[in-house]
Design a protein around this ligand. Sequence first.
Ligand code: ZN
Length: 248
Amino acid sequence: MIIDCHTHWSMDQWPQNKPDPETWWDVPGRHGIDHAIVLPLAALTDDTKLQLENDRIHQVCRESNGRMIPFCSVKPSQGDPAVAELQRCTGKFHTRGIKIHPWLQGTCVNTSHMDRICEVAGDSGIPLLFHDGTPCVSLPSQIGLLARRHPKTTMILGHLGLMEHWREAISVMRKESNIWGCLCGPHVAAIKEILQRCDRSRLLWGSDYGFGNVDPIDYRLDLLKIQNLKHGDMEKILDHNPKRLLSL
Ligand SMILES: [Zn+2]
C-alpha cells in the first residue's frame, strides 16, 4: 500500500469550486496511490477562506470512499478564534491533523499562540504537519524547539528541510523523538543521508500533488525507489509508518 502524506486540495483550483474527489483522484489513482493526506492550500494565503476551505476539505474527503484523509488548518496568531476553529474541526469533522504554514500564514512558531494550538492537538491526539525549510519562520530547528516544549504532541516536518535545510532537519529528527519527517522536497543525495541517519520508523513519503499544475508523483516516488531500500523499509515509509501515525 502507498500512502501519500503530503498533498493539497484547494477550493480555488477545482471545477466550479465544488468538492470533487473523482477528478482530484485521477492523478494519484493512476500512480497506484491508495490513500493521501490532504492539506488545505487557498486558506494558507487568505485567512478569510479558512473556515470554508476546512468545511470543503472535510466534505471532499468524506465523499472519497476513505481514500482522502483530511487535515484542517488554523492561523495560530489569531489566538482564541484559531483555537475555536481547531476545536470545531476536531469536534464536527474528526479532523486527522493540522497543517501550519508559518511562512505563508505569517505566523511565528515560537509564540504562546502556537503553544495553545500544540496543546489542543496533543490533547486531541492529532499531529501537526508544518511547512518547513524556508527562512525565516519555517526552519526545522524552530519547529524542533517547539516539539521540545510539547513532548506529547506529534509534529511532522512536511518537507524535511527542502533543498537547503535538510541537514538541520536530520539534526532535529535525531534530537526530538516526537518529530516525524516527510520525504517531500530534499534532493536525491539528501534523501540518502536522511535514510542513513534518521529513525526510519518516523519517516513518511509525500508528493505535494495539488500544489501547482504539474504531476510530481512519479518523480518523488522515483527519488525514493532509486535508494534501493530493502522491501521492509519501503513498506515502513510508504505504508506502516503513516498507518501508525494516523492510527489507521
Ligand atoms: Zn505542500
